[in-house]
Design a protein around this ligand. Sequence first.
Ligand SMILES: NC(=O)c1ccc[n+]([C@@H]2O[C@H](COP(=O)([O-])OP(=O)(O)OC[C@H]3O[C@@H](n4cnc5c(N)ncnc54)[C@H](OP(=O)(O)O)[C@@H]3O)[C@@H](O)[C@H]2O)c1
Length: 437
Amino acid sequence: MPATGLRLAMIGLGTVGTGVAKLLTQRPEHLRSLGVGPLELKTVVVRDPAKSRGIDLGGARLTTDFDSLLADRDIDAVIEVMGGIEPARHRIAALLRAGKHVVTANKAVLAEHGRELFEIAHQSDRSILFEASVAGGIPILAALAETLCVNRIERISGIVNGTCNYILTAMHERGLAYGDALRQAQQLGFAEADPTLDVNGSDAAQKLAILARLAFQSKVDWRSISRAGIDKLDSMDLRFARELGYVIKLLAEGEVVGGKLSLQVTPKLVHQNHPLAQIRGEYNAIQVHGDAVGDLLFSGKGAGEMPTASSVVAGVIDLATGRGQQTFRALRLWETEPAGPHFDPTSQAKSRFYLRFTISDRPGTLARIASILGEHGISIASVIQHETPENKPEQPVPLIIMTHEASDGPVRLSLAEADRLEIARAPSVCLPVAAHA
Ligand SMILES: NC(=O)c1ccc[n+]([C@@H]2O[C@H](COP(=O)([O-])OP(=O)(O)OC[C@H]3O[C@@H](n4cnc5c(N)ncnc54)[C@H](OP(=O)(O)O)[C@@H]3O)[C@@H](O)[C@H]2O)c1
């Protein structure tokens, strides 16, 4: 298909929209050198047109009138960078029905209503391009959908939330408590004023649902993904992890176990030599294991004005060349029964575990905990118990146990039993250990 120009509109001119406007208006020669016709930004819809923006829109009209886009036959494609579920969902649906392609960075609306929107796109013979919705500037969706498509993807493991990775890095490297690290992330613009969906693992689960659809061709409701965030982490566990040679990362992982797809978002201990342990601050990374290609690591900035705009504009260029429409058709994202393994929310791969018990330091304590673990078939790999001051024998002390590989169920049962012992002084803590790369 020959490359053509596109007449564009955009909804939203915040962080990402500003970056997109800059790329579209400030480098026409570069865009021409790609063999793409003019990409003309004609209209930008915002909430507050009086807001000072500090950006030259190159003649584009700024308006609050979304409905005018639907009737405008001179607009071929619309960039949706307003975010949120509503009115984004209804607007994307209306634009597709009105014959416009849509490029979006909105993982929330795709995780929640993706199938419905993909079906409308299919029925309307239009495409949705959504590279920017997962891991900002990292071209992971294109890699899964195009370059890696001959592979059977066996495993993906990613750091897909920059806010959490910034906070965990600050806790690990500078010994900050969770609350202080979060405040610093907010001051530096790496965390929202309300960070709930980031720190409780929901944002990562939404991204994992989109990744899983492309990597495994499975249907996934993001709400069914087992998830834990970083908001309950104690800096003591990061210190013990460090002593053992590990860092703690919030991992979004998918794996085919016994023919079923297992998905999970949870903080895990990652060995310091593991490639994902090197991903610091607001950076993201996704490790993919394909049966033909082996292990691959994609890393880079998972958010921010220009990295995210880079992925959005890549979608626009793909539409102009016709590649985007071809890929969208080939993905068959609207199908109700995709070809991949069935997602089983209860399925969990075996792993090693880090356990922290808070106990009174009395003779025989370690033996009692070891015996409970042994009764459930869990074998101990190493133990840390620091000395307590001689004059405070009853002071609660942390007992750290690293297990060999075990199943999640027996580990949870053991912890519940240990927490009922009279020597238990606080609920135990359990974190899985990531498999070596
Ligand atoms: N920020 C990132 O680094 C990043 C990374 C990856 C993906 N994303 C995704 O990109 C999208 C945009 O994020 P952002 O950070 O750019 O958001 P943002 O800075 O909050 O900007 C949102 C923009 O949308 C406009 N808007 C909001 N509601 C509107 C409505 N009802 N009608 C018209 N315009 C409306 C706002 O208009 P006003 O300016 O007039 O208020 C603003 O310009 C989200 O889906 C987000 O998840 C963001």
